[in-house]
Ligand binder design. Structure first.
Ligand SMILES: *Cc1c(COP(=O)(O)O)cnc(C)c1O
Length: 354
């Protein structure tokens, strides 16, 4: 705390990102990174882009990437917004579309960045409880709010809302912006992007960090009606006109175009998730059905914090949230098959089954 800080900063609760520690032979299953590397074509494109042209500013509109996204999703490039990671995209979305007189609504259990952004931007918010199965109930969202945001699949639960539910919400509340954060959609869901043609209040946010295995590159994007995109562009151009550097742009385009690598790696993650869920259930865990690259699980006999600490002693990192309703749970990212085996073996050791 310093007297030089702006008042709003004095009141901010620091956001603590998942640990990135340096421990030898660490099995890192705490931040939902993809265990398989990025597309070799993307890596090649980035090496090629490391040239003399780096003395020049990059394309402020990331045109080549907007075109690549537009081609993949069957939209126009002007329906696409691009940012330095979807966290930055979300920040601009909060400023541009989610600050209204009425509060912003989001689930009581969801991505913990949302309340942080609200505090930063001075947005009043209201949380809407997940049901007893830890699922979003779209009918619980009324027209008495200024905007709505949630993740689909939701984080950290992994629960997937069907498209019909999203459509019914967008249709019922046509004057309220509805933002769907699809960071994990490629691991088991159907994207709501096609609905954005029909519902001009619907914005979909995605990232290259998870299914494209480029968390280190920092590229995210949003798709929606041009009016929504224009509002976000306005904020972005004042904040940072060149968010995507030349190397990232080359890598992002190539990654988006390499559907073969994308398909193979995401299918591997999906298979490992199913096996990991099975193995955990066999050991007495309750595992929520997941459409993401992580599972959310609790054991009736062991607390979440204790289990996370015991795993850490065995050089396995998982995520535990000391938050009401979910503090018994562990969020475990799906790793390679070897990493999933290491996790299961460590749990056998901890649960005393050996
Ligand atoms: C990982 C994640 C993001 C952020 O991704 P970046 O593009 O790496 O900033 C956004 N939303 C949710 C729900 C996530 O889990």
């Amino acid at each position: 705390m310093s007297r030089f800080w702006s008042p709003v900063v004095q009141s901010l609760i620091p956001y603590v990102p998942g640990e990135q520690p340096r421990i030898d032979n660490l099995v890192k299953l705490n931040t939902n990174e993809n265990p398989y590397g990025p597309s070799p074509r993307a890596l090649h494109a980035m090496r090629e882009a490391a040239n003399d042209a780096l003395r020049l500013y990059p394309d402020p509109d990331s045109t080549a990437f907007k075109h690549a996204v537009a081609r993949r999703y069957g939209v126009e490039p002007r329906n696409v917004f691009v940012g330095n990671g979807s966290d930055e995209v979300l920040a601009h979305v909060f400023a541009a579309l989610l600050r209204h007189d009425r509060p912003l609504a989001f689930p009581d259990v969801t991505y913990s960045f949302y309340p942080s952004y609200c505090r930063l931007f001075g947005i009043e918010y209201r949380t809407v409880a997940l049901n007893d199965h830890f699922e979003i109930e779209v009918d619980a969202y009324g027209d008495d709010v200024g905007a709505i945001i949630f993740a689909n699949p939701n984080a950290p639960t992994g629960h997937l809302l069907p498209l019909e539910a999203i459509e019914s919400l967008a249709k019922r509340l046509p004057d309220i912006p509805v933002v769907v954060d699809e960071a994990y959609i490629d691991f088991g869901g159907e994207s709501a992007v096609p609905l954005t043609r029909q519902y001009e209040n619907l914005l979909v946010v995605q990232t290259l960090s998870k299914s494209r295995s480029l968390a280190g590159l920092r590229v995210g994007f949003a798709i929606g009606h041009v009016d929504l995109i224009e509002g976000i562009e306005r904020v972005k151009n004042i904040f940072n006109s060149y968010p995507i550097n030349r190397i990232a742009l080359a890598g992002a385009v190539a990654a988006m175009e390499d559907s073969e690598w994308f398909e193979t790696t995401r299918q591997r993650v999906i298979r490992s998730r199913e096996r990991m869920s099975f193995d955990l259930r066999e050991r007495g865990f309750e595992v929520l059905p997941s459409a993401a690259n992580f599972v959310f699980a609790r054991h009736p006999g062991y607390g979440g914090a204790a289990l996370a600490a015991a795993l850490r002693e065995r050089a396995i990192l998982v995520r535990h949230f000391a938050l009401s309703r979910i503090d018994q749970f562990l969020r475990i990212s799906v790793g390679t098959e070897e990493q999933c085996d290491a996790l299961v073996n460590a749990l056998d050791d901890i649960l005393g089954k050996k």
